[in-house]
Write a protein that binds this ligand. Structure first.
Ligand code: TTP
Ligand code: MG
Length: 451
């Protein structure tokens, strides 16, 4: 991090105000890829269907071009519903046509006006386009965190300065468009969550810069659902509490939020205020390592809880060692019935690799829950620092052991991210096959990637 900004107050704010983070998200990515090889589709409504086959009406919409979105076609919709809104274009001499829904749009006039091009997902092709985009991103930044096939965070603090950050971001956008032929929307902000919101703010082909010190004002009018880490369930609960916008959330009493959501409530409060001090870490390097384990039946027995936490602490410490990771923060998670998640953590004065200390601190933190009925416990180390030989080859080979036990390397601490699998550690990751983002976990429910 560069050491500018001497006028700032001393304290934690300094470093993160200095950071310049870009979030790059391709516009209607799969549709844009289809247009690359079929330039005639430019400017036309294009729908890319997963599980869709030419001329059929099964499958679901992976993405729709912005032209198609105007007719109400959207991701995760059934192709049948999409066809009702936007009939299929009768293409050349191929098998007709407006297919299953031609009886609806009976009059040919309408159909001629509103007809879309439907294409099946071709993930291999999209991956190759994504690879080309990534090469540019890596060329433009020292640290790139690839989040999904069409989305990445870049830390460009050392490559540019706030005064010219907009021009820098435009350069990245232009390179992608010129060299690959697809458009990206880019958000620039002093932290990851604001950058992500910014990239979405003026799609497609957007470029939104949130200068240091303005994040909170930028966020204030936005719906809470737009805050990174707030999914539909949390958003609904917040609305029930009278919290509609990020500004409302930023002004809320953090104690009320902690009462309702546990420590995560505090995190959301900080995000709404524009505080997010996560560093952009390169893909493949987790931000934390954790392991957790459920009891067959919830238990109040302190010894049983302690024994389980000791085992988990040893497993996490070993895993950290395997990955050449040192840690500065040690935490526990305790889940009480039904799904109330409590997390506690303690930061050390320096980074360590010390399995005994992990156990000692974890047991200390657990003591608070000695009298509680507990259904699951977990141990986590975070604030990781990697020593030189960053082995990745062994990753994934130490299969989970024991009932309900699992491990994960978390790349994101945010809850409600659109991923369902414990092992899908990336932030907002979409699966390559274009799986819908419908499988969000229930609010407050344990997800490994939350921990
Ligand atoms: P997104 O970036 O969410 O969507 P997008 O790029 O199509 O459109 P936008 O301009 O709003 O960014 O997702 C990237 C790709 O991931 C998308 O092109 C297709 C795939 N995807 C699915 O397969 N299913 C889904 O539900 C979503 C949201 C995306
Ligand atoms: Mg996109």
């Amino acid at each position: 991090m560069s050491d500018r900004g001497g006028s700032r107050l001393p304290g934690v704010g300094d470093e993160r105000e200095e950071r310049i983070v870009l979030h790059v998200d391709m516009d209607c990515f799969y549709a844009a890829c289809e247009r690359l090889r079929e330039p005639d589709l430019r400017g036309e409504p294009v729908v890319v269907g997963m599980g869709y086959e030419e001329g059929e009406n099964h499958g679901a919409v992976a993405t729709a071009s912005y032209e198609a979105r105007e007719y109400g076609v959207e991701s995760a919709q059934a192709i049948g519903s999409a066809l009702e809104r936007l009939p299929r274009k009768a293409e050349g001499d191929s098998t007709d046509s407006s297919g299953a829904d031609s009886e609806d749009g009976a009059d040919g006039e309408d159909e001629a006006d509103v007809a879309g091009y439907y294409r099946p997902v071709d993930i291999e092709f999209y991956k190759s386009v994504s690879t080309d985009v990534r090469a540019i991103l890596h060329d433009c930044a020292d640290t790139v965190r690839e989040v999904s096939i069409d989305e990445a965070y870049l830390d460009v603090t050392e490559r540019t300065a706030w005064e010219v950050a907009e021009g820098f971001a435009r350069h990245v956008k232009n390179r992608i468009e010129r060299e690959v032929g697809v458009t990206a929307s880019v958000g620039v902000a002093p932290n990851m969550s604001a950058a992500k919101i910014a990239s979405d703010h003026d799609k497609p082909d957007g470029l939104v810069v949130v200068e240091p010190g303005t994040t909170r004002d930028f966020l204030a009018p936005l719906d809470v659902a737009e805050i990174h880490g707030i999914g539909p369930v949390t958003a609904r609960t917040l609305r029930e509490m009278g919290i509609e916008t990020a500004g409302d959330l930023a002004d809320a009493d953090p104690r009320t939020l902690v009462d309702r959501f546990g420590e995560r409530g505090r995190e959301l409060y900080h995000r709404a205020r524009g505080d997010d001090d996560r560093r952009v870490t390169p893909t493949g390097r987790p931000k934390s390592l954790s392991r957790e384990s459920a009891f067959t039946d919830p238990t109040t027995d302190p010894e049983e809880k302690r024994a389980r936490v000791s085992t988990l602490a040893a497993a996490v410490a070993e895993r950290a060692r395997d990955r050449d990771a040192m840690y500065r923060t040690i935490g526990v998670k305790v889940v009480t019935p039904p799904f109330d998640v409590h997390t506690r953590e303690q930061s050390l004065p320096g980074t360590v690799d010390d399995p005994e200390l992990v156990e000692e601190v974890a047991l200390d933190l657990l003591a608070e829950f000695d009298d509680d009925r507990v259904r699951k416990v977990g141990v986590r180390v975070s604030n990781l620092q990697f020593t030189e030989s960053d082995q990745t080859s062994l990753d994934g080979f130490d299969a989970p052991s024991g009932t309900g036990e699992s491990r994960t390397a978390d790349s994101s601490d945010s809850a409600d991210d659109p991923k369902s699998s414990a092992e899908a550690a990336d932030d907002g990751e979409k699966t390559d096959e274009g799986v819908h983002r419908t499988s969000r976990k229930r609010d407050g429910q344990v997800s490994l990637s939350d921990f």
